[in-house]
Design a protein around this ligand. Structure first.
Ligand SMILES: *[C@@H]1O[C@H](CO)[C@@H](O)[C@H](O)[C@H]1NC(C)=O
Ligand SMILES: *[C@@H]1O[C@H](CO)[C@@H](O)[C@H](O)[C@H]1NC(C)=O
Ligand SMILES: *[C@@H]1O[C@H](CO)[C@@H](O)[C@H](O)[C@H]1NC(C)=O
Ligand SMILES: *[C@@H]1O[C@H](CO)[C@@H](O)[C@H](O)[C@H]1NC(C)=O
Length: 511
């Protein structure tokens, strides 16, 4: 199905005619390459602008556009999630109009009011991180985009106000927070346990807030919660060194299971262990040590190769002595995370393993009719659905959920692979994926989730556009083709920024 990487996109952009027919010098090649990159970066900007126009026309200042009906939704408490999530992308794209509209909005948000329960995790990674990242970028390398400094300061004061609204969630016997809270009654949903990812994906945002405000209460709360994940009790909560269970008891911080994976629900706990070390290698060396243990155990115990295509690598999950041969689009951040850890720690083995994970995730994209990968897939030979036997033999996996809900993780890992290896193939894969998303999901007002990536046109469209389309898909697809900049991922220990799990770049502590 897929077309070899360079010829079609170039022709489609009108950049090459018969040029390939005659030889040109190396300098010409570099100039042509630069023009081609710029054209691709501009094409991503066009897609961002299309989605931004639709959102502002039909949905702003609500949370998200309904891209089929042109209505709006408020799935994230009605504070304008798409606008706040779009800020750091608008900044790196240099989109002054969008930046201004978002800054005008943020200073008016009343984070003390909502009709719905609040997710501590989602609110932290989208709103709190969106504002903190905007602050870091606009106080730093993108200062020229924000003429009113009071509006930049408001990003930090609103961050503090939001954290002050949320912080009662940590007020539990152990300090492990409730995730689903009622900010009006200061109540919660009565959960006895909290998940690994939702507990372990707060520490970057809440630490950054403390570092910027000089008020250490936020860092302390998030690091206290994290402490139970770093020193897991009881031993059944850590079946392999560094790899831990999925849930902790809110009353004492003990793990309640030993089910291990890098899938949704667990994923960004591992992601943040190494990212905290990038953020501040002095304060977070112990987080790095835990990440190294987890990474080594993952290579040893979770890597898995489908029978029909043993050259592919996927990550299985583990529970009670058994491997479960299923993976998810969400899991595909793993390649990028291994590559980041490998470059920062100068561990070639981690980079190489990350690249094999990247290849596996690319395989889920390039085997479907649309060229987009499924939301989840399996490779257990005993569970192949009867109607997917041929597909499984050819592709090496069968599709468990064929939806695509505008997730970024595959393109995200291609971005890390490109930035660290410099190999063009990874940019070509981003471009292929991005074109496929543009062709399959685009509506008159934005981009819609689709039901079946292995059906013509993606099956049917869902009337939903998650805010992470703006924060993540657009950002990684753009940055891989954009010029070098202080916020871009760098090799080795040169990173000036580190991306939170929603792709919001935070300035690292020591710069
Ligand atoms: C939150 O608590 C307030 C005050 O007790 C109550 O009126 C409201 O219905 C609760 N909200 C939710 C979503 O449960
Ligand atoms: C959590 O720990 C408490 C003891 O502090 C115990 O009574 C309770 O049963 C545990 N809950 C779960 C879900 O494991
Ligand atoms: C499909 O993915 C594999 C990696 O599994 C890669 O080697 C191959 O080049 C890809 N094909 C295309 C057409 O992108
Ligand atoms: C995205 O789709 C629009 C509308 O069909 C088209 O004009 C644009 O060129 C496409 N962009 C890419 C990168 O394919």
């Amino acid at each position: 199905m897929r077309i070899s990487s360079l010829s079609l996109p170039l022709a489609a952009l009108g950049l090459v005619g018969s040029a390939a027919a005659y030889p040109y010098s190396e300098a010409d090649t570099i100039t042509r390459r630069a023009a081609e990159d710029q054209a691709k970066a501009d094409a991503v900007k066009e897609a961002f602008q299309h989605a931004w126009n639709g959102y502002t026309k039909y949905a702003f200042p609500n949370d998200e556009l309904l891209p089929v009906s042109n209505g709006f939704g408020n799935s994230r408490n009605g504070w304008g999630a798409s606008a706040v999530d779009a800020l750091s992308t608008a900044i790196v794209m240099g989109n002054q109009d969008a930046v201004q509209k978002i800054l005008d909005h943020i200073e008016t948000i009343d984070f003390s009011k909502t009709d719905d329960m609040v997710s501590l995790f989602e609110t932290t990674i989208r709103y709190l991180a969106g504002m903190l990242s905007g602050y870091d970028l606009l106080k730093g390398p993108a200062a020229d985009l924000a003429p009113k400094s009071s509006q930049v300061d408001a990003l930090l004061s609103q961050s503090k106000k939001l954290a002050d609204v949320l912080k009662f969630a940590f007020d539990t016997p152990s300090g492990v927070p409730y995730n689903n809270i009622n900010i009006t009654s200061k109540g919660n949903d009565g959960s006895k346990t909290n998940g690994l990812a939702v507990t372990g994906t707060l520490v970057m945002e809440w630490t950054r807030l403390s570092d910027l405000t000089g008020d250490d209460q936020y860092a302390k709360m998030s690091q206290k919660a994290q402490s139970y994940l770093l020193k897991p009790q009881p031993s059944s909560g850590e079946p392999f060194p560094g790899l831990v269970g999925s849930n902790v008891n809110i009353s004492n911080g003990h793990f309640t299971d030993g089910a291990v994976s890098w899938n949704g629900g667990d994923d960004s706990f591992y992601e943040y262990l190494i990212k905290m070390y990038v953020y501040d290698p002095k304060r977070f060396a112990s987080y790095k040590d835990r990440w190294v243990l987890a990474a080594e155990s993952t290579i040893k115990h979770l890597q898995s190769h489908p029978d029909p295509r043993p050259e592919l690598t996927f990550l299985a999950s583990y529970n009670n002595g058994k491997l479960d041969l299923n993976s998810q689009h969400l899991t595909c951040f793993d390649g990028g995370n291994f590559i980041l850890g490998g470059t920062v720690l100068d561990r070639r083995d981690f980079i190489d393993f990350g690249l094999t994970l990247v290849d596996g995730c690319e395989a889920t994209y390039n085997q479907t009719l649309t060229g987009i990968g499924p939301d989840s897939w399996g490779w257990d030979p005993k569970k192949v659905p009867a109607d997917q036997k041929d597909f499984y033999e050819k592709a090496g996996f069968y599709i468990s959920s064929g939806a695509y809900v505008l997730r970024p993780e595959v393109i995200e890992s291609f971005y890390y692979a490109y930035r660290i290896t410099g190999k063009e193939i990874y940019r070509d894969w981003v471009w292929n994926g991005f074109k496929a998303i543009n062709e399959t999901c685009r509506t008159d007002s934005g981009f819609a989730a689709v039901s079946n990536v292995n059906a013509v046109g993606g099956g049917s469209k869902y009337d939903n556009e998650e805010s992470f389309l703006f924060a993540e898909v657009m950002k990684y697809a753009y940055l891989v083709h954009a010029e070098d900049a202080p916020w871009q991922v760098q090799k080795g220990q040169k990173n000036q920024f580190v991306f939170n799990t929603e792709a919001h770049p935070f300035r690292v502590a020591h710069t």
